[in-house]
Design a binder for this molecule. Structure first.
Ligand code: NAD
Length: 332
């Protein structure tokens, strides 16, 4: 190997090492944020979780601890001491804060997993764009909003991308890395390297509605709900058909329940508003009716309704209530 090659190889390694994402700020410690924080910390990154108040942060921390313990029990079955070390070392890399402005000063990456609302996401990024270090990359875990529209309020559009994780984050292998036309190659490459470092398989996608997975899944769930509406088949038969006929691990109705009908409804309505010409995004009156009747259902299934209003099975087939109740409680 020539001297020049050695120098350039060493230079690129040291540039990469210097540039690598090490300090991650996760804004929002809910379902997704806690999973993202966990996998970042367990793969050796320093993580700060930012939430609205200390009470939520305590809950998030406890959830992460329990999730790490579950991983340790599985991975270090024969070596409990190593499992304990894994949990305590991972937790030692996690800190918490309610002051985003403070923690961004030391962040290579600020990834938001807060409520799915464009103006709230705008407020968040706007508040840190001028004060975060120039090198800091901003990312959103949005499922249904446009990354470009979220980034619109920031000057650092070249350092803005989508990082779309899947629920449950510690289990699901995929990460969609979403590039806007303005995301720079350097930002993209750093995010792809980070995705690998946290143990995910990353795919790249343009900033299009639903990216890859939801763009295919949401219309599938929507059509399954239209089938129910037309009375083409029962929820059970639709799910069995897709599991045994198409090899899906979960049927579309079961999946719709898992995601939450409130979420599905707002995604499809949001896409329809933006792309009214696309028939795949047509609103679902049946789903809207279920969402509107939340109070009626909550009286019947009040133990379930506290998490999400998943009640399609129950609504359609009362006899399946106990089956659904059992499944749902165990998923949540
Ligand atoms: N739930 C899913 O399956 C899923 C999958 C992929 C992506 N997403 C996306 O991830 C994001 C979060 O979803 P989730 O299911 O984790 O929601 P969640 O409701 O479980 O958690 C959101 C958290 O953000 C906190 N929060 C809200 N505003 C905040 C702010 N300004 N600063 C700090 N914290 C704030 C809330 O207190 C809450 O704990 C959404 O954009 C959603 O579209 C969700």
């Amino acid at each position: 190997m020539s001297c020049l090659n050695i120098i350039s190889r060493n230079f690129s390694i040291s540039t990469l090492t210097r540039a690598a994402i090490k300090n991650v700020t996760v804004v929002g410690g809910g379902l997704m944020g806690s999973g993202i924080a966990q996998i970042s910390a367990q793969s050796g990154h320093n993580v700060t979780i930012v939430e609205l108040n200390q009470e939520v942060l305590d809950k998030t921390h406890k959830n992460i601890q329990q999730s790490l313990q579950r991983v340790a029990k599985k991975v270090y079955k024969e070596k409990p001491q190593e499992g304990e070390n894994f949990v305590s070392e991972s937790l030692s890399r996690i800190s918490t804060s309610t002051n985003l402005a403070d923690v961004v000063q030391n962040s290579d990456l600020v990834l938001e997993a807060i409520v799915e609302n464009l103006s709230i996401k705008h407020k968040l990024f706007k508040s840190i764009d001028d004060i975060a270090p120039e090198k800091t990359i901003f990312a959103s875990n949005t499922s249904s909003l446009s990354i470009g529209e979220i980034a619109a309020v920031c000057k650092r559009k070249d350092k803005f991308a989508g990082l779309h994780f899947f629920n449950p984050v510690p289990v699901m292998k995929l990460l969609e890395v979403v590039r806007t036309p303005e995301t720079s190659d350097e930002t993209y490459e750093k995010l792809m390297a980070w995705a690998k470092a946290i143990g995910k398989t990353a795919i790249t996608c343009k900033d299009t509605p639903g990216f890859v997975v939801n763009r295919l899944l949401v219309p599938l769930m929507a059509e399954a709900i239209r089938m129910l509406e037309r009375g083409d088949a029962s929820p059970r038969d639709i799910d069995i058909a897709m599991k045994l006929g198409a090899g899906h691990p979960m049927g579309p109705i079961e999946l719709a329940d898992y995601v939450g009908h409130d979420t599905n409804n707002s995604i499809i309505n949001g896409w329809h508003e933006k792309f009214p010409e696309n028939p795949l995004f047509n609103p679902l009156p049946f789903l809207q009716k279920l969402v509107d009747e939340k109070n009626w259902v909550s009286r019947l299934v009040k133990d379930i309704i506290v998490t999400r209003n998943n009640f399609l099975y129950n609504y359609c087939f009362g006899a399946e209530y106990y089956y659904f109740y059992f499944i749902h409680i165990h998923i949540c």
